[in-house]
Each structure stands twice: as structure tokens, then as C-alpha cells.
Design a protein around this ligand. Structure first.
Ligand code: HEM
Ligand SMILES: *[C@@H]1O[C@H](CO)[C@@H](O)[C@H](O)[C@H]1NC(C)=O
Ligand SMILES: *[C@@H]1O[C@H](CO)[C@@H](O)[C@H](O)[C@H]1NC(C)=O
Ligand SMILES: CC(=O)N[C@H]1CO[C@H](CO)[C@@H](O)[C@@H]1O
Length: 333
């Protein structure tokens, strides 16, 4: 399957063209042509594997996008989020905010790694696979295609204790989110663009329960009333069944588009943190811009994703190419 050329979607040819055009090295030292000699089909192999996975498990795409974000915001884009806990170490993914990171996204990366180890053993890092998988799946859901600079090494540490304070919470104010993203080097505009990732995927009821169960039938006044009532019904049993979840984008849940921003303007934001972006004077102008112009959203989202993909990347001296994405090569590190 990994050697199959037949049936490759035409955008992969565009990808190849983009690689040739954008091969110049980024500030991080990463380049889009990084595997041209060591694993020339690396990008095709990742794309084929993760797209097949998405077809059989449609929750993969949003899961992979969120996994990538969490990886990058906790100690850099170094696949530390993929490491499993062992006797020596309680890993990043054990932090409770990771509870809902979906298995299908991990599995997509593992499958791509298996195919790559057959084609070019020891060449392609798990961190690069995750960055490519997130990009490919965004494109597959109808979002933009963008060239991802490559050459990340896999990190040598993954600690549950490193997660606290590095990830946004759904009950954060717009100001707290602006500060968190600024600390990672992102502008308000870039933050609002990245938040548009919530145009796909799911959230569990507990993440927004405080908005809809406010006692005496009350709900957050920023919510469109029919939307709030529908969520109350969907989540009525959430305390007994923690698996109940609802679409982040109630209008076009499986499509990567600018509907997220249109929803915010109509009180259809799911998380308090989502809806806050439409209320705050710093973030609202970008919500308005992206709601009215999907090309502006796609362009800004693509640039912000590339920037996200460069956060805290590891090089030769402080990383490795893992043989397995869920284990350090030296288990006792
Ligand atoms: C701006 C602050 C953000 C907050 C407060 C936030 C919070 C959350 C929460 C609470 C969930 C629900 C998780 C669950 O119940 O399973 C979620 C889902 C998700 N988040 Fe975020 N997030 C933020 C930004 C981002 C960014 C920047 C990205 C990616 C670029 C992202 C991608 C996703 C995706 C794709 C999902 C759906 C996951 C799935 O369906 O498996 N989020 N987010
Ligand atoms: C948000 O929720 C977390 C976890 O439930 C809690 O520890 C924190 O105090 C809350 N923050 C705000 C601003 O309400
Ligand atoms: C939408 O944004 C794109 C990209 O920034 C821009 O080229 C275009 O002129 C904008 N369209 C409108 C109608 O403002
Ligand atoms: C996917 C994953 O590894 N989830 C883990 C997140 O952390 C909890 C403990 O807090 C583990 O039980 C989960 O397995």
C-alpha cells in the first residue's frame, strides 16, 4: 500500500510543487525539502495512511488537529504528547486535560510511522508525522493546504507535570487566552485564526455544562436560546455518562470552513472561551473578518499553523528520531 502511486489525489501534485517552490529554510532551520534524499515519499506516505484512517474513522481529523496543538503548546512540537507512561516516567498525555485526546489520532500517527519505517527506516520523526497528519486532515475536511517545514526531532522528555498552565481552558476569559497565546509568541489575530480549528470536532458536555445548567432552567445569556435548550437535552445525562459530546460547530460539523465565526456572531459558540472571542474588543474584529471572508481565515490559519508547527522544535542535539512514537529510544530517559 505504501508504494501505491495509483489513486493519489491531485492536491498531492500541488504539494510537490509547493515543496519545490518553498524549499528555502525557515528561521528554525527546518525546510520543506528535508526528506528529499532520505525519504522522498515521506509526505505521500503520511497522506495516504492518515487519509485512509480518516475514511474508516471520521473522528480522526479533529483529534489529530487537537493533538498537534497540545503537543506544540507543551514543550514544543516534539511528539512528547505521543509518549506512553512507563515505570520510569508519568508522561504528558496522562495529565487530565489529555483524557479526551482521542485514540484514533494516536493510531493514525502510529500507522504512518509503521509505513515509514518500512519505506525508510529511522528517517522520519514522529513530530514531523504529527505536523503533516494535522495538515493533511485539515485539507481533507475542506480546509486550506499549506506547506509544512520539516526536520523536527522527537523530544527526549514528556512529563504530565509540564502540562499545567500551558494549555487554554474553556472557562478562560478572552484576556487570559490572549496572554497565554502571547506567551507562546502568538498575536491576537493568530490566536483567533487558530481557534477556528473548532469548526470541526467534538466537545464533551462537562466542558460547557456551566453555561447551560445554571439553576432554575437558566443558561448563559450569550447563547442563542434554542441552541441552549438543545444542548440541555443532549447533555441531560452527562453526569452519569461522561462520554456524551456534541459538535463544536453545530451548523457544518465535519467541514473545515469559516462557519465557526458565523456561529459566534449568532450565539452558537459552544465553549465559553469560543463565545468570548466574539464579545471582547480585541478579538471581535478578527471574528468579524473571518466570518465575512473565508479566504482571509484560510490564509491566516495556514500561516498560524506553520508558526505553531515551529514552536520549540528540537534539533540533533536535544532530540532523536524515535523508532516507536510512543517510546523514547532509550527507555530509561
Ligand atoms: C483558544 C483556546 C482553546 C480552548 C479553550 C480549547 C478548548 C477545547 C476543549 C475544551 C475541547 C473539547 C475537548 C473534549 O471535550 O474532548 C476542544 C476541542 C478541540 N480543540 Fe480546542 N481549544 C482551544 C484552541 C484550540 C486550537 C488552537 C486548536 C488547533 C489549532 C484546537 C483544536 C481543537 C479540536 C480540533 C477539537 C476537537 C477535538 C475532537 O473532536 O476530538 N483548539 N478544545
Ligand atoms: C476553570 O476550571 C478549572 C478546572 O475545572 C478551575 O481549576 C479554574 O479555577 C477555573 N477558572 C476560572 C477562571 O473559573
Ligand atoms: C478576502 O480576503 C482575501 C485574503 O486576505 C482578500 O484577498 C480578499 O480581497 C478579501 N475579500 C473581500 C471581499 O474583502
Ligand atoms: C489518551 C491518553 O493517554 N489518555 C490518558 C490521559 O490521562 C489519564 C489519566 O489522567 C489516563 O487515564 C488516560 O489514559
Amino acid at each position: 500500500m505504501a508504494n501505491q502511486l495509483y489513486g493519489r489525489p491531485p492536491w498531492l501534485l500541488l504539494a510537490a510543487a509547493a515543496v519545490l517552490l518553498l524549499a528555502s529554510s525557515a528561521a528554525s532551520g527546518l525546510t520543506t525539502g528535508y526528506y528529499r534524499k532520505s525519504c522522498p515519499r515521506a509526505e505521500q506516505i503520511v497522506a495516504e495512511v492518515v487519509m485512509n484512517k480518516q475514511i474508516t474513522s471520521p473522528t480522526t481529523a479533529a483529534g489529530a488537529l487537537r493533538l498537534f496543538f497540545h503537543d506544540c503548546f507543551v514543550g514544543g512540537c516534539d511528539a512528547s504528547v505521543l509518549v506512553s507512561t512507563n515505570a520510569f516516567n508519568r508522561a504528558e498525555r496522562e495529565a487530565d486535560i489529555n483524557l479526551s485526546l482521542p485514540g484514533d489520532a494516536f493510531d493514525a500517527v502510529v500507522r504512518a510511522k509503521t509505513a515509514l519505517e518500512l519505506a525508510c527506516p529511522g528517517a522520519v520523526s514522529c513530530a514531523d508525522i504529527l505536523a503533516l497528519a494535522a495538515r493533511d486532515l485539515v485539507t481533507m475536511l475542506g480546509g486550506p493546504f499549506f506547506a509544512v517545514p520539516l526536520g523536527r526531532k522527537d523530544g527526549l522528555a514528556s512529563r504530565a507535570s509540564a502540562v499545567e498552565g500551558n494549555l487554554p481552558r474553556p472557562n478562560m476569559t478572552a484576556g487570559a487566552m490572549v496572554a497565554l497565546f502571547a506567551a507562546k509568541g502568538f498575536s491576537v489575530r493568530e490566536m483567533v485564526a487558530l481557534a477556528g480549528a473548532h469548526t470541526v470536532g467534538f466537545s464533551h458536555c462537562k466542558e460547557f455544562a456551566a453555561r447551560i445548567f445554571q439553576g432554575g432552567g437558566a443558561f448563559d445569556s450569550a447563547m442563542e436560546p434554542r441552541f441552549a435548550r438543545a444542548l440541555k437535552r443532549a447533555c441531560a445525562n452527562y453526569l452519569n455518562d461522561g462520554t456524551i459530546s456534541t459538535f463544536n460547530d453545530v451548523m457544518t460539523p465535519g467541514k473545515f470552513d469559516n462557519m465557526y465565526y458565523l456561529n459566534l456572531k449568532r450565539g452558537l459558540g459552544l465553549l465559553a472561551s469560543d463565545q468570548a472571542l466574539a464579545a471582547d474588543a480585541r478579538t471581535r474584529p478578527f471574528v468579524d473578518l473571518y466570518a465575512s471572508n473565508q479566504s482571509a481565515f484560510f490564509g491566516d490559519f495556514s500561516r498560524a499553523m506553520v508558526k505553531l508547527s515551529l514552536v520549540g522544535v528540537k534539533t540533533e542535539s536535544n532530540g532523536e528520531v524515535r523508532r516507536r512514537c510512543d517510546q523514547f529510544n532509550n527507555l530509561a530517559t
